[in-house]
Design a protein around this ligand. Structure first.
Ligand code: CO
Length: 210
């Protein structure tokens, strides 16, 4: 009996052959390097694959995903990805894409002890605390959670703007930060408020003299 993971390997062969049928040089070009214009910071949730929901191809989006698309300044993984995307690949856009129905955000609204995961969800609780007045005025809990998903995306995008990686990129050129949310119920992405494009969009205390 074949295991289900073998389906993935079979599919991979089919995909590889299809790509070569479409363009005999496809993998020759793909192996020459990448120059993506976008960094996508999304949730690990299996329903929100960056390339598929944006109809983009291998090579177009540099991707970092974690639970609930959070941007924590001590996360070496995120900082390394951000540094590589901005300083080396010179991406022009960084997108933080959250999604409604996010398990991480939902868990952060509860009081269960989730062991070490408490630490990861802490930053979402901080977002909740910062917007408690607005959130707790929303009586419908689903709607309140949806709003927290949105605030989480906005605040994590703000966190990107507080890094010296992003502020240095602004000094030397341009970089746009975009807060987006994906809706699993219709597959659509919505832009949340304004993109962040310069130091002027950053709370003054977080601005560095670079
Ligand atoms: Co999620």
């Amino acid at each position: 009996m074949k295991e289900s993971h073998q389906r993935l390997l079979r599919n991979n062969h089919i995909w590889s052959e299809k790509k070569q049928e479409e363009d005999a040089d496809y993998f020759k070009k793909l192996s020459q390097g990448q120059s993506p214009e976008y960094l996508w910071i999304g949730c690990s949730d299996s329903r929100v694959p960056a390339n598929e929901v944006t109809l983009t191809h291998p090579g177009e989006i540099f991707v970092h995903r974690n639970i609930a698309n959070v941007v924590i300044q001590t996360d070496m993984n995120l900082l390394s990805v951000l540094y590589f995307a901005v300083d080396i690949l010179h991406v022009e856009h960084v997108i933080v894409c959250g999604h409604y129905g996010c398990g991480g955000v939902s868990a952060a609204m509860q009081h269960e002890d989730l062991g070490f995961v408490n630490n990861w969800l802490r930053s979402i609780k901080e977002v909740y605390a910062s917007h408690k007045m607005e959130l707790e005025a929303i009586m419908d809990l689903d709607k309140r959670e949806r709003r927290l998903v949105e605030w989480n995306v906005i605040e994590q995008t703000n966190n990107l703007a507080k890094t010296r990686i992003v502020q240095r990129a602004w000094k030397n050129g341009s970089l746009q930060l975009h807060p987006w949310v994906f809706d699993c119920s219709n597959g659509l992405i919505t832009e949340l408020g304004n993109k962040i494009t310069s130091l002027a969009d950053v709370e003054p205390i977080f601005r560095y003299r670079l």
